[in-house]
Ligand binder design. Structure first.
Ligand code: 5AD
Length: 357
């Protein structure tokens, strides 16, 4: 593509309500360094225009690594007997949230493996406690549950829910997720939206069998469904999984996916994911922040548990005390002319599509 064609494609994609899949495919196919630069700069402008220069912080507490699923890529998979399983007590969780709150952060993400044994009432009680003690937005990321559980938790005060679709290629999805179903996942996302959660999904980039067309379909899905939040990260092979010998996701492909997603979805909150930061020894999250991302997720999981939440290997900073990240993130933002925004960072979407086809 020459530079003026590229410019035309970028503007067309930005201007149309329903993106043309061919445009997305052609942007994801870019490999020339100058063209990449043009794509990333365009996405950075869209980011600046629609969500500004603030980098939002979400303090994450990985409160349990028990999991009932066997996702082929994930180190927490049920069949991985080599890891130390833990579950934080309510007091430990509240303490971690206290630390988040004292760092002036106003969102907590409570994440765990998909633990079928998490009692719905236990979670509802925890949510009520959090909401009565702290003026903080709560995001849940605990997987697929029944309509009743999602409703109970929403009523108990949960504001947001993250459930990644991982890939919209149904066949690939089913091959990676034994005993799970693509339809069920979509159903859960539909319920989450219906119940008025600010909803987030996302995909893994670099899975074997995934093509540029697959990724373009993921982006079409994101655009059609108007999610409030989108997390996009690289696949990183984990030694105790069947995908241990697969190659990791390529940085450029991740950045391209982020950039195109920013251009088509405009005001979505998108993290520079921890997985991007874990890809190389240098911290590639800075690059992500410069081609579309506007969120970072400091880790407040207390020690000694951080290392046991090993979704993928090489996670950054797992030896640091909990809460060490926030200062570091201030510096990262400043180094690229941005600043940390300590507000709750609610969704900027004015209307959200509530029906998933
Ligand atoms: N590489 C990259 N991302 C992974 N996840 C799980 N395992 C891996 C891996 N090996 C991501 C999934 C999941 C999130 C919590 O972590 O997208 O939704």
């Amino acid at each position: 593509m020459n530079m003026s064609d590229l410019n035309t494609t970028l503007n067309r994609l930005y201007d149309t309500a329903v993106p043309d899949r061919n445009d997305i495919v052609s942007l994801l196919s870019i490999s020339d360094a100058d063209e990449l630069k043009q794509l990333f700069t365009f996405a950075d402008h869209v980011r600046k225009q629609h969500v500004g220069d603030g980098v939002l912080l979400r303090g994450i507490v990985e409160f349990s690594n028990f999991c009932g699923n066997n996702c082929a890529y994930c180190g927490l998979k049920k069949d991985n007997t080599t890891i130390n399983r833990y579950r934080l007590s309510v007091d430990e969780i509240l303490q971690s949230i206290g630390q988040i709150y004292s760092s002036s952060i106003r969102t907590v993400v409570l994440q765990s493996g998909e633990e079928h044994s998490i009692d719905a009432e236990w979670m509802a009680k925890l949510l009520k406690k959090i909401k009565s003690r702290f003026d903080i937005a709560v995001t849940l990321s605990v997987g697929e549950r029944s309509y009743e559980d999602y409703e109970l938790w929403r009523k108990a005060g949960a504001d947001r829910y993250l459930l990644k679709i991982e890939t919209t290629d149904k066949q690939l999805y089913n091959s990676l997720h034994p005993d799970m179903s693509f339809e069920k996942r979509i159903d859960c996302l539909r319920t989450i939206k219906q119940l008025g959660y600010q909803s987030g999904t996302g995909c893994i980039v670099g899975l074997k069998g995934q093509t540029i067309e697959t990724l373009a379909n993921d982006i079409m899905f994101f655009a059609a469904e108007q999610f409030d939040m989108l997390g996009i990260g690289p696949f990183i092979p984990h030694q105790d999984t069947p995908l241990k010998d697969d190659d990791p996701g390529e940085l450029d492909m991740i950045l391209k996916t982020l950039a195109v997603t920013r251009i088509v979805t405009k005001d979505t909150h998108m993290p520079a994911t921890t997985a991007i930061g874990s890809l190389n020894s240098g911290d590639e999250r800075l690059k992500a922040l410069q081609c579309g991302a506007n969120v970072m997720m400091p880790n407040y999981t207390p020690q000694p548990y951080k290392k046991d939440y090993e979704i993928y290997p090489g996670k950054r900073c797992i030896d640091e005390p909990s809460g060490a990240c926030a200062n570091c993130m201030e510096q990262m933002a400043q180094s690229i002319g941005r600043y940390i925004d300590y507000s709750r960072g609610d969704s900027l979407k004015t209307s959200s599509a509530t029906t998933i086809q």
